[in-house]
Structures are given as C-alpha cells and as structure tokens.
Design a protein around this ligand. Structure first.
Ligand SMILES: [Fe+2]
Length: 743
C-alpha cells in the first residue's frame, strides 16, 4: 500500500492526471465496499484509508465490528474531537485525531460508525443512536501494513472519505471507536454530525449557512463558535484566516502561543501543526466542528500574512513581505508546502492535492500551484451554487507605491499613466484558469459535480465565497479614482474586478451575492461596475450588479481594537463617515466580533449579523442580533430588517472586548437570538522544512533570528483619536497602520 501511494504521488503532474487517479481509486474502493457488503449481511463493513485512496481489503473476520465494550466518556483520546467537511451529494469527509500515545499502540484498530439522524437535522448530537450504525474499519499503522492512518507522518490525524456511501441532502451522526489492542480500554470519540449535499438538480427550497472568518486565538475567545454550533444551519462556511501563523502573548488570559521552533512566526511543519492543534483544542470551536459540515477557503494567514505569487505556475514562486523567507523562492515554496500539508491534515477539505513530499521533485522546487487546487463550487440543488475561490495562490503582487518601488504593499498615489494603466491590467486576483472557471465553469476536484460558472449555472442564487472585500472602500471619494484604503483587497486588483463585474452586467446575472471575510468588519453593500466619483465619470458606476455581505472576525482585532478608529466617535458616526465616501455601502462596522448567517428561502436571501462577546470564554457568551438585511429574488436591493442605533463609542467597545473590561454606557442594542422574521422597517437604497514531511522536525532554522511577521501588536489596544498624516498619503496614520499590520 505504501508503494501504491508513493506511485500515486510520483504521478504528480497536471490536474487531469490526478483526477483520473482519483476516479480510478474511487471505483476500486466501491468495488471493495461491495465485496465487503456481500461478505457481511447487515452492517456494511468497509475499509477506507485516511487519504480517501484505496485500502487493501482487510480480513473480513476483523472488519466491521466495534469492540464489545468501550468507553464513551474518555474524550482525551481524541484531543481535537471530530469534524466533517467537503460534502458531496453522496458523502463527506470525516475527521479526527488520536492522542499520540494511544496511536502508538501497535495493535490498535480504529472504527468509524455512521448512523442516519432520522430527523432531518433536528436531533442534537447527544440524541445520536448508533444501534443500527454502519461500521467502517480504518486501517491503522500498527495492524495494517502500509496504512497511514494514525501515523506520525500525518500527525495522527485521520480523514475518512465517505463519498459514494451516503444519501443526498441527509444528516448523519458519526463517531470513531478506537480499540487499543493493549491494556488501555477501548474508547469512542465525541459524536459528530454531517450533512451531505443535495443532488445538483434537486429541487431545494431552503438553505441555511453559518458564516465565519478570522479566528485569532491570541485575540479573543470563541463564544461565537459555540453559538454557531447552536445555529440551525445546513453547513458552516469559513472564509479564511482559520488560524494565524504567529505566536505571542494572548490578549485574553490563557491564550498564549509558543511555536516549537521558538520563533514568532511559523517556520516549520511542526509550527503549523502546533497552531492547528492549539486552535482546535478550544471547546467552542470543537462544538462548531462537531455540529456542522465545513466548507472552507483560506485567506493569507493559513500560510503567511499578505501573500501573493510572482511569475507563472511553472517557474513562479509565492512571496510576501511579512516573513523572513520573503524574497527567497526556495524557502517560500517550502513554507507553503508545510502550511498546506498541515491545513489538509487538520481540516476536512475536498480539494485537489498531491503531497509534494512524496513527489520526485524537491519540495523547494515544487510549485504549490501544481500540486494544490482549493477553488471549487458547491451546488445546493436548483436554489444556490456557492463558488469558493482562492484569492491568494494566483494573485499578482499588489500595486506598488511609485515613490518607493520596493514597497510591495504601498499605495499607488501616482496619477494615471500608460505604465500604471498597463500594470493595473496585468494584475490578477484569480489567475487565468480560476477566472475562467469562476465565470464560465469547468471541473471541480475529485468526484464533485462540474460547474457552469456564475454566468452559466442554473441555480437561482449565485454565492461567491470571497476572501477579501470586493466592493470599493475609499478613504476619500475625490479625484479620478479616489483614495483606497486597502490594496490587499480587490481594490488593488481593480481592472480584473471591473472585468468580472462587467461580465455579470453583460450576462445579466441575477441574484449574485458575495460573502466575504478578511477585514474583521461587518459590511453590507452593493457591487458596481466601477466606483468612480460621479463628478469624474459620466459612467457613474453603472447599475448594481450584486450585493456583498462581509462577516466579521470571530475574534481577530478589528479596526477599532487595532487603533484604526477614533475612540470618541460612535459606531454610527463611523458608519456614516464610511458611507459618505462610499455611497454603495449601506452598513459598515469594525468595532465588534461575531458571525453571520445566510438564509435563502421564499424568494429572498437574508443576511443576519451577530455580535458575540469575545472577552467571555463561555458557550453562553453574550450574543446580540445586530443587523439583518433581506435581498429579494430578482432585485439588487438591501432591505433593512433590523438596524438599531449604535450610539456607544468606539473606545467603549474596545474596552469591553478584553476580559475584565467593561463597556461604559454601551450601545443599547436589543439582545436576542431569535429568528429574524420582523417586517422590513426601512427599505434603504442609495443611488444605486522539514523536507521529509514526516515528523515535523525542522531542517531550516531560517536566516532571520527573529521573525518580524506578526501583523498586529497584541498589546496594542490603542484608541487613537488623532488624525495626523505623517507621510502625506491622505490617510490618517493610525488607519494606515491598522491596515499595514495586516488585518
Ligand atoms: Fe483575518
């Protein structure tokens, strides 16, 4: 089996080869399952391998039966609990990780039990009944030659792919059972729940998504995840920054992180794994992962802050200015390989991936673009299709500051010129292949159904799972273009944005909604063909071509806590100021934390934004229903279902976001987490190295003795009220600083 995997790895090359391999394996696996089913009437016994590839059939006498007795209360054996993700119409990937000492038992055997929930999602995980469960045997390294599950090479993580095994649009409960084969008692994992996708052509009338992003462990507690676990959601959509690549002292008690390398920012595979283990040790994040099936895309911090790609797929390399390896192609490639490997070990994602550590080509010469593809789409029958894009692996470097050509993330203040215009046109966010896939369709990884793209899909709602703000965000809407705040977002890739928005307009794409993370803020606004000052353009932005909803950070510092907003201003005043310069934005708030939900039913899409107190480490951390907007089918119109006054000051909000802090005279927002069924109270609208890949050791101490890649100062709870502009950029220094620290 080991040889088989290696062979598979050596076939690394173009994606079509990989997909071919996967299809072949899938067929073979089903053959094994059929044989296993025939051999054991009743519970279908099957053997699956953690990577989803084929396992050799096990002896029927040892397959498919959990131990007669096992503990169901020793969750320490599964220190990161369980999770599911990568749903298809016939399955999902389920995940767990075994305690290292238990995994070392040479006679250990791992089983997976799967039982239909029988209530269409209403039953709690505690209600799970495994009496008639199907049992699968997961090969373990000790017992089955060649099996990789539980192996140190995967940091004892296990990913079992149930694709092809389950019914569409159905909830299931699952748990792992580990038979130690030694003195230690056998034990079961916590119970997880998964939800398969509807068939692509199914008639679906209701989809509920819980949406999250930006989970900085150092900055806050995860009460928001505990509330997500309680949401009546079909799936959990995560829009990036699942973790942050750096160590440091926590802003809240008990949230410190030290990396195995001893550095401040990730250098080794062991560093990335340590971060995943630490983040996933949190009970509230575990609860969300246990309850909902994950659909995730990364942003920059899964690897490194503010990153992009230089050159083409074959010879190009990733780069950043936020890590000591920046500018060193070989080290950056190795860093990517480590970060991607750890992410795929720990998150149940259905993507195309060929482990570069198993390929003949040295990792430092491997292009992540060749062995990894993250973008893919999820079709919720005829109601919606969610396009999860990758805005980090294919993007060009951001625009340069003409005054300082080495400042890769600088502001482009130069007036338009032929050179600048050409540079704008050459810059891409999605890359050619993904751009075409997004607009016109193409394949999805593995057995996922192909897509017709946002312009061709027959789904009513076109959802874009988008990492960085798509709509313009200007500090000043004057001059030819105005002055943008953040060139790391689509504002730095304006020409491509205009092309995408132009296609949406030309093809009259309706019901297009962008769901965005990254900025640790709440935004509701309209997408336009351009955002020029009406005084400067006879075009005046053209018609609305979509709607954008941003989900806030679960816990990561926002503009307010990073000192980017004046402490004595009210939240509503900030909102108003942003809208003045950005008339396409209906709501902006960057002084709270939480999550959002998206509910599509009855001819409309409803976005609901929650505030959850990040300073309280409890499942019942205070939660506030903050705002809600409804978008009617067929019309780009944000209808405010709920929009209470937020007249507390930014300073109070910041003070309250740290454990022990309090909000003096905080904003009076009605609390409650009930369903949003209120009538529309206002209809608003504006004008319109570890090269072995094995055990996480370090083969590279990094040339820099101390990483400088941290992108925020944990001690900085600043609340500057000054508006000084030392570099004459036109943007107050404290706001520039907040963005440059890389939200
Ligand atoms: Fe973030």
């Amino acid at each position: 089996m080991l040889e088989m995997l290696s062979e598979h790895g050596r076939r690394a090359g173009v994606m079509t080869d990989r997909r071919g391999d996967e299809a072949e394996h899938s067929t073979t696996r089903r053959g094994i399952l059929k044989a296993a089913g025939a051999a054991s009437a009743g519970a279908a016994a099957a053997t699956l391998l953690s990577t989803g590839a084929v396992a050799e059939p096990t002896d029927p006498s040892q397959g498919g039966s959990v131990p007669g007795e096992f503990r169901t209360d020793d969750y320490d054996a599964f220190p990161q609990s369980v999770g599911s993700g990568g749903p298809t119409p016939s399955g999902a990937i389920v995940w767990t990780r075994l305690d290292e000492e238990l995994a070392a038992f040479t006679n250990g055997q791992l089983y997976l039990q799967v039982a239909a929930d029988g209530t269409d999602g209403d039953a709690t995980n505690a209600d799970a009944d495994f009496t008639d469960a199907r049992t699968f045997t997961v090969p373990t390294a000790g017992r089955d030659e060649g099996a990789t599950a539980l192996a140190a090479a995967q940091d004892h993580t296990v990913r079992v792919d149930l694709d092809g095994e389950l019914d569409p649009d159905t909830y299931y409960f699952y748990r792992f059972v580990y038979e130690t084969g030694g003195d230690a008692p056998s034990t079961a994992s916590p119970v997880g729940r998964l939800h398969t996708m509807p068939a692509p052509d199914a008639s679906v009338d209701d989809v509920r998504l819980a949406v999250s992003s930006c989970n900085n462990y150092l900055h806050g507690y995860y009460g928001a995840f505990a509330h997500i676990a309680e949401e009546d959601a079909d799936y959990h959509v995560s829009l990036g920054d699942f973790l942050y690549e750096y160590a440091g002292g926590g802003q809240q008690p008990g949230r410190d992180i030290e990396l195995p390398s001893g550095k401040n920012v990730t250098h080794t595979l062991a560093d990335y794994r340590h971060l995943h283990r630490t983040y996933r040790s949190d009970d509230h994040l575990q609860a969300a992962m246990e309850r909902h099936t994950l659909i995730h895309t990364w942003d920059d911090h899964e690897i490194i802050n503010n990153r992009w790609w230089v050159g083409d797929a074959e010879t190009g390399f990733p780069d950043t200015r936020s890590h000591p390896f920046g500018g060193d192609p070989e080290r950056m490639r190795r860093l990517y390989a480590r970060g991607i490997k750890a992410m795929l070990e720990y998150l149940p994602l259905r993507v195309a991936y060929e482990d570069p550590y198993e390929a003949d080509e040295p990792v430092e010469e491997s292009s992540a673009r060749q062995y990894f593809r993250l973008y893919r789409s999820f079709k919720f029958g005829d109601l919606a299709e969610l396009f999860m894009t990758d805005e980090r692996l294919y993007r060009s470097p951001p625009p340069k500051d003409d005054d300082d050509p080495t400042a890769a993330s600088g502001r482009d203040l130069a007036p338009p010129s032929p050179e600048r215009n050409q540079a704008d046109l050459d810059r891409t966010m999605l890359g050619t292949e993904q751009y075409r896939w997004f607009l016109d369709g193409g394949t999805n990884p593995g057995s996922m159904p192909d897509t017709d793209g946002v312009t061709g899909t027959d789904a009513t709602w076109k959802l874009h799972g988008n990492e960085v703000l798509c709509a313009a965000l200007k500090a000043a809407n004057a001059g030819v273009d105005g002055l943008y705040l953040n060139y790391d977002a689509w504002d730095g890739y304006e020409a491509e944005r205009n092309l995408v928005m132009g296609r949406l307009a030309r093809d009259e794409v309706d019901n297009y909604v962008t769901l965005t993370g990254d900025m640790h803020s709440y935004v509701a606004g309209y997408l336009k063909q351009d955002y020029k000052d009406p005084e400067q353009s006879e075009y005046v932005g053209g018609p609305r071509v979509g709607v954008e909803f941003m989900t806030p950070g679960i816990s990561s510092n926002n503009l307010a806590s990073a000192g980017g907003l004046p402490a004595n201003a009210t939240e509503d005043a900030i909102d108003e100021a942003v809208q003045t310069q950005n008339p396409h934005i209906e709501w902006f708030n960057s002084s709270r934390w939480g999550y959002t939900t998206v509910h599509i039913s009855d001819g409309s899409l409803t976005y609901t934004a929650y505030d959850v107190d990040r300073s309280v480490d409890a499942a019942d951390a205070p939660k506030t229903l903050l705002r809600s907007y409804r978008v009617p089918e067929g019309r780009y119109e944000l209808q405010a279902v709920r929009s209470p006054t937020l007249d507390g000051t930014i300073g109070d909000r910041v003070a309250a976001s740290f454990a022990g802090g309090t909000a003096n005279d905080g904003p009076d927002v009605a609390t409650g987490a009930g369903p949003v069924d209120g009538t529309v109270d206002a209809v608003t609208g504006d004008e319109g190295d570890d090269s072995s890949g094995g055990n996480g050791g370090s083969d590279d101490d990094g040339s820099a003795s101390s990483a400088d890649g941290t992108d925020s100062d944990p001690d900085d709870t600043g609340s500057s009220t000054t508006g000084s502009d030392g570099d004459g950029s036109g943007i107050p220094d404290h706001i520039e600083d907040a963005f440059e620290r890389g939200l």
